[in-house]
Design a protein around this ligand. Structure first.
Ligand SMILES: Nc1nc2c(ncn2[C@@H]2O[C@H](COP(=O)(O)OP(=O)(O)OP(=O)(O)O)[C@@H](O)[C@H]2O)c(=O)[nH]1
Ligand SMILES: [Mg+2]
Length: 650
C-alpha cells in the first residue's frame, strides 16, 4: 500500500514450497539461495525435511524473497500447515521422474483452501528423465492443475543437480510476485509464531511471517492466547538487523521480558489489546471433493489456523453433514483458545486416520453462544453478503478517486457515491484531495509518516524535523494528496509543520552539552548589547555555533532570525519594535538613522530589523522614511505573536 520504512528493504516477499516427499524441494531451495533449509541434524541424517526451513535471496531486479521450505512427508503435514499460511506465492515442486503424487495433490488442495492462488511450478530432477518422459510429466501436471488457481502458472523444468533452469525459475518467480497485490497494512501487526528459541546473549527469539501491520523495535507485544507481554528488543529479516519489519516479511523478533518456555508455535505476537483469543468461530466450511467420507455434525476435527493447531468440535448449522465437494455454514468449538480474525483462512483435518477434509474463511470470530441454528445461519449470511459499503471499503486500502472506486467495486455510480458518503459520515473513510481512503489505511499512512519523523528526530536531533519530501516519498502519496494528508494530521494535532519539515508535536531540537555550553557564552555576548549582537558568522567563528545549531536555537525560541545575516534575542526585537512603533505613532515616520539613535544600535543592525518589520506587514517604506501601516497596538501585538511563532519563548 505504501513503500516501507526507509531503513527496511525496498521490497520483500515470501514464497513457500509445496510438493510430495523427496521431490527435491529442499535441494532446489539450496540451489537457488545457497542456504540449506534442512537445519536439523535429524533432517540431514535422514535426507528428509521434518520441520520448516528458511532461506532467502535477492533477485536480479532487487526483490528480496524469503523462502519457507516445507516437509513433503504426510506425517509432517502439520508443520507444512504452520509455514504455508503467510506466503505470497507457492513454489510447487514436482519431480519429473515421479510426476504428481498424493502429497502433491494434498498440498495443492491446502493452497486452495488457504486462498493462495499464485505460484510457479518447478518440474525438478529434469536430469533424470529424457525429453519424451518430461513431456508426459508436463501434460500430467497440466491436467491436474486444470481448473485450479494454478492452471496458468508458469512451469519451469529444472535440475538442481545440473543447475539448469534456475535462472528461468527465478525470473518466473519475480514475474508472479511482481503481479501480487501489496500486502495489506491495517496498522495492526500480527506475527503468528512458527518458531521460538533462545539465542545465547539475546534471549527469546520468535520467528514468523508478519501480517497486517509493521513491527518496530521498542514495540510492546502481547502473545495470544495467554496474554503474556513482552517488548521487541531487536528485529531481523533475512539475518539483517532492521528497525521496522513490514507486513509480508519473514521476521525474527528478539523479545525481552518473556521466557522461551512461555512462547510456542501457534501463538500470535500482536499489539496488546488488539486481538482476543476465541473459543469458537463460524465459517462456511468447504469439504474437499477428495474427502473420503462425509463430515458430520459432532465430528472431532483438527483446526489449523495461522501457525496454530487445536482440536475442535464441529457443529454443522445446515443439515447434519457435509458431503465431499459440498459446503455449509458451520461452527468450530475449540478445545483450547485460538487467535483468529475474521477473514483468516483455516484448514480442517481429520486426526485419524489423518486426512485434510476442507476449510474456509472465518466469518465470525466470536459467534453468540445460544441461538437457533436457523438464526445463526441467517446472521452469517447477512454478515457475509457484501453490502455496497463493505465493497467500497474493501477497495479503499489505497487512496482512489470516485471513478476508480466505481470501476473496482463493480457498483453503479449512484450506489457508489451513496456508499462513499455513508462511509465518510461514519468516519470509516477519509477524503484526501481528489481521493478517498479507508480510515484503517489512513491510520497506517499516518503511523508511517510519524515513524519517519521520529526517526529523523533521533538521527538529526538538531533539525526541526523530517524533510517534507522525505516523508512524502516514504508514504508514497502524490503531492496534492500528501498536502491534504498532512493538513488533516496537523488539524488533528498529530503532526506539526516546521518550515519545510514535519515533526512530532512534542519535538524540540536538542543541542549537545558542548553546544549548550557554547550557547550560554554566546547568549551572554548577545545580551551584553542586545541591539548590536554578534552576527551568525561571528557566532560560528567565536562560539562554534554553526548554521544548524542556530536554526535549532531559533526553532526553540532562543533567538530570532531577522534576516539572512542577522539574529537577535527575542527581547531585543520587541524592544526595537516598541521603540520605533512609539516613534512612528508620535512623529508619523522614522528614518534609519533615527531608529539607530533611538535604540542605541548601529546602521548594520537596524537595516535588517526595519526590513523585518516591512516583511511582516507592520511598516512600509516611503522614500527614506518608514511609516506604520497598521494601528500601533496591532503592530505591538503582531510582533509578539511573530516571535512566539518562530519558536517557543526562552
Ligand atoms: N538427480 C537429481 N537428484 C535430485 C535433484 N533434486 C533433488 N535430488 C535428490 O532427491 C532427493 C530428495 O531431495 P530433497 O530436496 O530432500 O527433497 P524434498 O522435496 O525436500 O523432500 P522432503 O522435504 O522430505 O519432502 C535427494 O537425494 C536429492 O539429492 C535433481 O535435480 N537431480
Ligand atoms: Mg525437504
Amino acid at each position: 500500500m505504501h513503500p516501507p520504512d526507509p531503513v527496511t528493504a525496498p521490497s520483500i516477499r515470501v514464497v513457500g514450497t509445496a510438493g510430495h516427499v523427496d521431490h527435491g524441494k529442499s535441494t532446489l531451495i539450496n540451489a537457488l539461495t545457497g542456504i540449506d533449509p534442512d537445519r536439523l541434524r535429524e533432517e540431514r541424517e535422514r535426507g528428509m525435511t521434518i520441520d520448516l526451513g528458511f532461506a532467502w535471496l535477492t533477485t536480479p531486479s532487487g526483490l528480496d524473497v524469503g523462502f519457507v521450505d516445507v516437509p513433503g512427508h504426510q506425517d509432517f503435514i502439520r508443520n507444512m500447515l504452520a509455514g504455508i499460511g503467510g506466503i505470497d506465492a507457492a513454489l510447487i515442486v514436482i519431480a519429473a521422474d515421479e510426476g504428481v503424487m498424493p502429497q502433491t495433490r494434498e498440498h495443492l488442495a491446502i493452497l486452495g483452501l488457504l486462498g493462495i492462488d499464485r505460484g510457479v511450478v518447478a518440474l525438478t530432477k529434469r536430469d533424470l528423465v529424457d525429453d519424451a518422459w518430461a513431456d508426459l510429466a508436463i501434460s500430467d501436471v497440466r491436467a491436474v492443475l486444470a481448473g485450479s488457481a494454478f492452471a496458468d502458472a508458469p512451469l519451469v523444468e529444472v535440475s538442481a543437480a545440473k543447475r539448469t533452469g534456475l535462472v528461468e525459475l527465478v525470473a518466473s518467480l519475480e514475474r508472479v510476485l511482481g503481479d501480487a497485490p501489496p500486502r495489506r497494512d491495517l496498522g495492526r501487526p500480527r506475527l503468528p509464531v512458527d518458531r521460538a528459541f533462545t539465542m545465547p546473549g539475546f534471549g527469546t527469539v520468535v520467528t514468523g511471517t508478519l501480517a497486517d501491520g509493521a513491527l518496530h523495535v521498542g514495540d510492546d507485544v502481547e502473545l495470544v492466547p495467554g496474554g503474556k507481554r513482552a517488548r521487541v528488543r531487536g528485529l531481523q529479516t533475512h539475518r539483517r538487523a532492521i528497525e521496522t519489519a513490514v507486513p509480508g516479511s519473514r521476521v525474527a523478533a528478539n523479545l525481552s521480558g518473556i521466557d522461551k518456555d512461555e512462547v510456542e508455535r501457534g501463538m500470535v505476537a500482536t499489539r496488546p489489546g488488539t486481538l482476543a483469543p476465541t473459543s469458537a468461530f463460524a465459517l462456511r466450511l468447504l469439504v474437499l471433493p477428495s474427502a473420503s467420507d462425509v463430515v458430520a455434525h459432532g465430528d472431532e476435527v483438527k483446526v489449523h489456523a495461522g501457525t496454530a493447531e487445536v482440536m475442535a468440535h464441529l457443529a454443522v448449522l445446515e443439515g447434519d453433514e457435509i458431503a465431499p465437494g459440498g459446503t455449509a455454514w458451520a461452527e468450530l468449538r475449540l478445545g483450547s483458545p485460538l487467535a483468529v480474525a475474521v477473514g483468516d483462512h483455516v484448514v480442517v483435518r481429520r486426526p485419524s486416520p489423518s486426512e485434510t477434509l476442507g476449510g474456509g474463511a472465518v466469518a465470525d470470530a466470536a459467534p453468540p453462544r445460544t441461538r437457533r441454528r436457523a438464526d445463526a445461519v441467517d446472521a452469517l449470511e447477512r454478515r457475509s453478503a457484501p453490502r455496497p459499503s463493505s465493497r467500497v471499503l474493501a477497495v479503499l486500502d489505497v487512496p482512489r478517486t470516485p471513478k476508480e472506486i466505481d470501476e473496482r467495486s463493480g457498483l453503479g455510480e449512484a450506489e457508489c457515491d451513496a456508499a462513499v458518503r455513508e462511509l465518510v459520515a461514519s468516519g470509516d473513510v477519509v477524503a484526501i484531495a481528489d481521493a478517498f481512503v479507508s480510515r484503517a489505511a489512513f491510520e497506517a499512512l499516518a503511523t508511517h509518516a510519524l515513524r519517519v519523523c521520529a526517526l529523523a528526530h533521533r538521527r538529526t536531533p538538531l533539525r526541526p524535523g523530517a524533510p517534507r519530501e522525505e516523508v512524502r516519498g516514504a508514504v508514497g502519496l502524490p503531492a496534492k494528496r500528501f498536502a491534504a494528508f498532512v493538513e488533516r494530521l496537523v488539524a488533528e494535532g498529530r503532526i506539526v509543520e516546521r518550515g519545510a519539515a514535519l515533526a512530532e508535536p512534542g519535538h524540540v531540537p536538542t543541542l549537545t552539552p558542548a553546544h549548550e555550553a557554547a550557547w550560554v557564552r554566546a547568549r551572554e555576548a548577545m545580551d551584553r548589547e542586545p541591539l548590536q549582537p554578534p552576527s551568525p558568522a561571528q557566532l560560528e567563528s567565536e562560539f562554534g555555533l554553526d548554521r544548524e545549531v542556530i536554526a535549532a536555537l531559533a526553532e526553540r525560541g532562543d533567538i530570532v532570525r531577522v534576516g539572512p545575516d542577522a539574529v537577535f534575542r527575542p527581547s531585543a526585537v520587541t524592544r526595537f519594535a516598541d521603540a520605533v512603533i512609539d516613534e512612528m505613532s508620535r512623529a508619523r515616520t522614522v528614518t534609519v538613522s533615527r531608529a539607530r539613535d533611538l535604540t542605541g544600535s548601529s546602521r548594520k543592525h537596524v537595516l535588517p530589523l526595519l526590513q523585518f518589520l516591512d516583511d511582516h506587514g507592520l511598516t512600509r517604506r516611503q522614500g527614506d522614511d518608514r511609516i506604520l501601516v497598521i494601528a500601533p497596538d496591532a503592530a505591538r501585538a503582531r510582533i509578539r505573536t511573530l516571535i512566539q511563532k518562530t519558536g517557543r519563548q526562552s
